[in-house]
Write a protein that binds this ligand. Structure first.
Ligand code: SAH
Length: 345
């Protein structure tokens, strides 16, 4: 049996098979995989696209990921952090625009102690009890994750970045270990969060074996969400000279992820929209069902630069929403005013 058919039937392959599939797919295979991904996505979520209001509330970071523009060693990065009032103002504006999930994302900023994060989560949940709060603030102790959850946080995004330990070590300094990253993901699951893992496509030194490991890891962890976007170089990082991941390979990985996690929440990422003008539409047409427009104040948008040429850094939230609405309608999909929770099988 052909590997593509085997995957569609069994929903999983061995590592060797995934490697072979990644090495050998032609345009026809990719189209078969894409169509199956869309079929599954529509089975669980119809033509709805869920929107998440992304609030990038701090770009201070104690980590030093080699790929990331806000890594602590980037002395040229202009740092900022929003006040609780500013963050709540973003939510207020977002709520009026139909957002029912707020994603608080930031660097690992020690200013935001557990107490401050919990206070923030409680403030959002008490003002907008019909909204979900997603945190994306990196690696914390199990006890901290438990406190955030108690405060009302519903979801947590923590991409595993790469599931191959040796590859992980080439993308991060020695103090950031693949074991800890994994441990955090399992902790989050255990605490009852809807969890988002994920990885970059085309990151430096990545091999087809690494991508096969990523797919197998997603299968093992079975997260409710998976963020998959192309690596894009940032000019002030050690990886400035590496090429960006490609549209084709990223779309293939999104479709493969949909086959493995048929009812997952998969964003068509901003990075995908950055490497191609119609990247997010193409992402949805490869099985994605979430978009994450920016709700951060326009004044700080450019400073949250994980990679170069990030899109939408000048547009107000309302413009972003309208633009995405048009984009999704143009391909037969509709933005939903909904928390957009995970639908169990
Ligand atoms: N500090 C949080 C949030 C990280 S930023 C955390 O550790 O989870 C969110 C994601 O952006 C990262 O997980 C990473 O996968 C992605 N990212 C960072 N630098 C990037 C780059 N140069 N190109 C593409 N994606 C990048």
């Amino acid at each position: 049996m052909k590997l593509v058919e085997k995957l569609i039937q069994n929903r999983i392959l061995s590592k060797e098979e995934f490697v072979e599939l990644l090495a050998n797919t032609d345009a026809e295979d990719r189209e078969i995989l894409r169509k199956e991904a869309v079929r599954l996505r529509e089975k669980y979520y119809g033509h709805d696209v869920y929107i998440r209001g992304l609030i990038e509330f701090t770009n201070y970071c104690r980590c030093d990921c080699y790929y990331c523009g806000i890594r602590r060693s980037n002395r040229q990065a202009e740092r900022y952090r929003l006040t609780q009032e500013e963050i709540l103002a973003c939510c207020r504006a977002g709520y009026a625009l139909g957002f029912r999930t707020f994603v608080l994302q930031g660097g690992e900023d020690p200013y935001f102690t557990d107490e401050r994060i919990c206070e923030l989560v409680r403030a959002i949940k008490s003002s907008w009890p019909d909204c979900a709060v997603t945190l994306s603030i990196g690696e914390k102790e199990h006890s901290s994750y438990r406190l955030y959850r108690k405060a009302g946080a519903d979801r947590y995004l923590l991409r595993h970045e790469t599931a191959s330990p040796a590859h992980y070590r080439r993308l991060h300094p020695p103090e950031q270990t693949p074991q800890r990253r994994r441990q955090c993901l399992w902790s989050l699951k255990e605490l009852g969060y809807q969890v988002g893992a994920g990885f970059m496509v085309g990151s430096p030194y990545q091999t087809p074996e690494n991508l096969a490991d990523d797919l197998l890891f997603l299968h093992e962890l079975s997260p409710q969400m998976a963020g998959i976007g192309p690596f894009i170089p940032h000019h002030q990082t050690p990886f400035s000279a590496f090429p960006a991941g490609t549209l084709r390979q990223t779309l293939l990985m999104v479709a493969l992820t949909r086959l493995i996690l048929p009812n997952a929440l998969l964003p068509a990422t901003t990075a995908l929209g950055t490497i191609a003008p119609d990247g997010r539409e193409r992402g949805v047409l490869a099985g994605a069902n979430v978009v994450m427009p920016n709700l951060s104040p326009v004044g700080v948008r450019k400073q949250y630069a994980l990679y170069d040429n990030k899109i939408c850094t000048g547009d107000e939230a309302a413009e972003c929403r309208a633009c995405l609405q048009n984009r999704m309608r143009s391909i037969g999909y509709e933005l939903a005013v909904d928390r957009g929770d995970f639908v169990p099988e």
